[in-house]
Design a protein. Structure first.
Length: 87
């Protein structure tokens, strides 16, 4: 499990995960290759291109992609409900 793609470098992502005591790694994609391959939404701030919040559900291959989910603290619930419906 990973939190999702990040435009941060591997070192910055590892520091972020450690500082925030995340129980999983942050997927580092500073070149935004995943964004281009999957047409993920991004935004710009202070000259940097960053990922918009997204949820990717994959087993053997991606089976669902949802763009920005609000409120963020309910996204895990939404994913569980989706998985229950799909199974």
């Amino acid at each position: 499990m990973t939190d999702g793609p990040s435009a941060q470098t591997l070192d910055d992502g590892a520091e972020f995960a450690e500082r925030n005591r995340l129980p999983f790694p942050v997927l580092s994609d500073p070149d935004l290759a995943l964004a281009r391959a999957l047409s993920l939404q991004t935004f710009e701030v202070e000259g940097e291109t960053l990922y918009k919040r997204a949820t990717l559900i994959a087993e053997r291959a991606p089976s669902s992609m949802s763009s920005t989910r609000f409120p963020p603290d309910r996204n895990a619930e939404q994913v569980v409900r989706w998985l229950e419906r799909e199974r």
